[in-house]
Design a protein around this ligand. Structure first.
Ligand code: CP
Length: 327
């Protein structure tokens, strides 16, 4: 597991309550650690398809999901993941908490810490908030998406989905298209997919791309067509209206016409190209409904993978050291 910027070693750094590490980012997450999670997630994927979708692995452990920013997929899948592992799961919503009365993040984390949790899952609009939290808790901290920084479990579930469909990540040509500059999903995916040997590029309007012909070591295009040509995976990103400041785009209609994934653009990719989107989607903006719901779409597979991957992450962070994988 990766820790934070201060870590001396990708898998080192400060430890949580049981000596387990945190998962704050995919930058610095080594291939062996990533594959350990992806392989464990295969087991939990099978568990999640059984008639009895529960295992005793985290009985007696406590997971607190702290969501200071809106979420559908990540919040529900972390809750399900914890419950399927038999942990006690508490869901904390920022908007219904004492932060609305002025309590700081530091005091909120210290308050949770006083209840002896094993894992804190944190989503926050401020980049670095989960890292900040590690200073005030001995629980393992999982970043469930922080500002424009990272969303490591999204990248892991994306890699899991690609591997299930394509068998091998090494050499896979992945085009990440859209609002890259605001996307924590893009950042986490680029770090992880490069570590695992995929061939990644990014594309989008110049105003929504980081500056320069490369970003994080991957080529950047200001048109989507060259990125999509011959792609094995087309990953479309949501236009993040809540993070757009100023007139970065002329109109959503024009964006859709110039950058949206429609059947004509999909035809530029390999015939078996996988269509992915982390959600939530702006249908008819970055992706045509026909493509989102089409035969090549893996969007709901990503959601299913999210539960298994998050079970694997919680298992890695909170299970007793000699607790075997179920089944
Ligand atoms: N992909 C993702 O993070 O979705 P939510 O915001 O619904 O959790």
């Amino acid at each position: 597991m990766s820790h934070a910027a201060e870590s001396q070693h990708p898998s080192g750094g400060r430890h949580g309550r049981h000596g387990h590490r945190h998962l704050l980012e995919t930058a610095g997450l080594g291939a062996a650690d990533a594959y350990r999670i992806l392989d464990a997630a295969e087991t939990f994927f099978e568990v999640s398809r059984r008639p009895m979708r529960k295992v005793p692995t985290l009985r007696g452990k406590t997971v607190i999901n702290m969501f200071f920013e809106a979420s559908t997929r990540t919040r529900t899948s972390f809750e399900l993941a914890g419950k399927r592992l038999s942990a006690d799961v508490i869901n904390f919503s920022g908007s219904a908490s004492s932060t609305t009365k002025g309590e700081t993040l530091r005091d909120t984390i210290a308050t949770m810490e006083a209840m002896n949790p094993d894992v804190l899952v944190i989503r926050h609009s401020a980049s670095g908030a989960p890292h900040h939290a590690t200073h005030y808790t001995r629980a393992a901290v999982v970043n469930a998406g922080d500002g424009t920084h990272e969303h490591p479990t999204q990248a892991l579930l994306d890699a899991f989905t690609m591997r299930r469909h394509k068998k091998e990540l090494r050499g896979l040509r992945v085009a990440i298209c859209g609002d890259v500059v605001h996307s924590r999903v893009a950042r986490s995916n680029i770090h992880l997919l490069r570590t695992l040997g995929a061939d990644v590029c990014i594309a989008g309007p110049r105003t929504l791309l980081p500056s320069g012909p490369e970003w994080l070591g991957v080529p950047a295009y200001d048109r989507v067509e060259p990125a999509l040509e011959g792609a094995d995976v087309a990953m479309m990103l949501r236009i993040q209206r809540e993070r757009l400041t100023g007139a970065l785009l002329p109109s959503m209609r024009e964006y859709s016409r110039t950058f949206g994934l429609n059947p004509r653009r999909l035809a530029l990719c390999k015939p078996d190209c996988l269509v992915m989107h982390p959600g939530p989607m702006n249908r008819g903006v970055e992706i045509d409904p026909e493509v989102a719901d089409g035969a090549q779409s893996a969007i709901l597979d990503q959601v299913e993978a999210g539960v298994a991957v998050r079970m694997a992450v919680l298992w890695q962070l909170a299970a007793e050291p000699h607790e075997p994988l179920p089944g």
